[in-house]
Design a protein around this ligand. Structure first.
Ligand code: AGP
Length: 473
């Protein structure tokens, strides 16, 4: 076994069974993306915690220098260089147990995980924004000159949205980096620089390697969902989203949970600086805290209503969208990250070619693609960009592009006031306060992708070619 692992190159996790020795399993890994669960005379080997929780009560991780033997007679034995070592087992968080109960229920009733996870979001967002205890050492953030956020996929898009909050509200300079690029660059950080790692699974290899590439820094904070995951082992501080396992490959509830956690960090910075620019910089007028000291008292009610609205209106619009082969998602400011996330959801669950574009970038090339075969979905919230956005949408219409506008009643009336509505299709979702719109608009783009996928008869929870945790490069 040791000889074999010495010959292998790249990242791998292997479980082997030898003919003639059917009572033993051997496991080894180059990346530590291998966990062993133990419970009631049963051992389970898997690449992440969620899978083992049904069968085990405790778990341990397999290190990259280790070979593990699981056998009927000797239980579990771990070897380093041929010598048996003692391993510590930790208790599996009760969150995973609850999740597996819930999973079985959904499977029994034949409900897609994706839609049920979308429906969990009103409570999750409310809980993180208004109730969750946030024990982080804020002083390390306050002393840094800027924050660099590192993430992949949807977690990267959540970070782009958060950058707008950090810069506009708490006035902190923020860079956002894609993990798989960041890890190969020569980074010139110094000890006071703050790095934030965002990952639902906590096991994404690119983000882990990005974190390892700056391991000389003390100022690292990760925001993850899975307790005990690798990213939390490597970063100096961690915040857990605690939203239960997400079974659908497409991130939905973890995406808005990341947004809510990031917003809480922004709020913490504001509280500690005793300064907050909410409203002044992004054209809004409300105060940062609601009546009970909450960030947003009624956010659950608002997102619930958005879901109700979408459940009635999206099935129709999505049928229309599902007939197209090319889609552009466009947005500006906070809406840009939502557009990128909407396009990714459409690709991964509905297999529809879609691109997320900053509205202002259209003229720099992408507008050439627009004709009557392209559908454009625009994120047009009630923000300071309304008029600019309306003009840009007319430019698309003038090129025969079909435009679906995700907006609210207030913006819709402005549209009516200033322009001819022919050729636009509107989704007029319930209004939400100012800079919180990424929460409700994200739910809309998720539901749009879900229903387009259903029209296209795609198995939404397990899209082809993808995996939930990306533990290889
Ligand atoms: C989202 O729907 C995707 N499945 C994917 O982009 C995901 O967000 C990305 O792989 C990052 O994963 P992480 O948050 O677990 O690090």
């Amino acid at each position: 076994m040791r000889k074999t692992s010495g010959m292998l190159k790249g990242n791998y996790s292997i479980v082997a069974l030898f003919s003639g020795d059917e009572e033993s399993l051997y496991a080894f890994t180059s990346t530590s993306a291998l966990v062993i669960g133990k419970g009631n005379g049963t051992y389970v080997v898997a690449s992440d915690m969620t899978t083992i929780s049904t069968y085990s009560s405790t778990y341990t991780r397999v290190d990259s220098n280790e070979v593990v033997k699981l056998s009927v007679n000797h239980g579990i034995q771990s070897f380093v260089d041929g010598v048996i070592i003692q391993k510590k087992y930790s208790i599996i968080d009760s969150m995973y147990k609850k999740s597996s109960f819930y999973t079985n229920k959904l499977l029994k009733n034949n409900v897609d995980f994706m839609i049920s996870e979308i429906f969990e979001q009103p409570s999750i967002i409310d809980n993180i924004l208004n109730k969750k205890k946030f024990d982080i050492n804020i002083s390390s953030i306050l002393k840094s000159n800027s924050i660099t956020i590192v993430a992949c996929g949807s977690s990267y898009f959540a970070s782009l949205i958060a950058r707008e909050w950090f810069e506009n509200i708490s006035r902190v300079r923020v860079n956002v980096e894609i993990s798989s690029e960041f890890r190969y660059r020569k980074n010139n950080f110094n000890r006071d620089d703050m790095l934030l790692f965002i990952s639902q699974s906590g096991e994404t290899v690119d983000t882990i390697e990005a974190l390892n590439s700056i391991n000389f820094l003390d100022n690292t904070l990760s925001i993850v969902n899975v307790r005990g995951s690798k990213i939390t082992c490597y970063s100096k501080q961690s915040v857990y989203m605690d939203v239960g396992s997400e079974f659908s490959v497409a991130a939905t509830k973890t995406f808005t949970a990341q947004l809510a956690c990031l917003y809480r960090v922004v709020k913490l910075i504001c509280d500690n600086k005793k300064q907050c620019d909410i409203g002044q910089n992004i054209g809004l007028s409300h105060k940062v805290s609601g009546m009970n000291g909450n960030i947003y008292d009624n956010i659950k009610g608002v997102i619930d209503n958005v879901i109700k609205y979408c459940t009635v209106h999206i099935p129709v619009i999505s049928k229309f969208i599902s007939q197209y082969d090319h889609l552009l998602y466009i947005g500006r400011g906070l809406g840009y990250g939502v557009a990128l996330e909407g396009a990714l959801k459409m690709k991964e669950v509905a297999y529809l070619h879609s691109e997320g574009i900053a509205i202002g970038e259209l003229k720099h090339g992408t507008l050439a693609l627009v004709d009557d075969k392209v559908i454009v979905v625009a994120i047009v919230p009630s923000d300071e960009f309304i008029h600019k956005n309306i003009i840009n949408l007319h430019e698309i219409k003038a090129r025969c592009g079909k435009v679906v506008v995700i907006t609210d009643m207030c913006v819709y009336s402005k549209f009516q006031e200033f322009s001819n509505l022919d050729g636009f299709t509107f989704l007029k979702i319930p209004s939400i306060k100012g800079e919180f719109f990424p929460f409700s608009y994200s739910v809309v783009v998720q539901m749009l992708a879900y229903y387009v996928a259903k029209h296209r008869k795609i198995e939404v929870d397990r899209p082809r070619n993808l995996a939930k945790s990306i533990t290889v490069e």
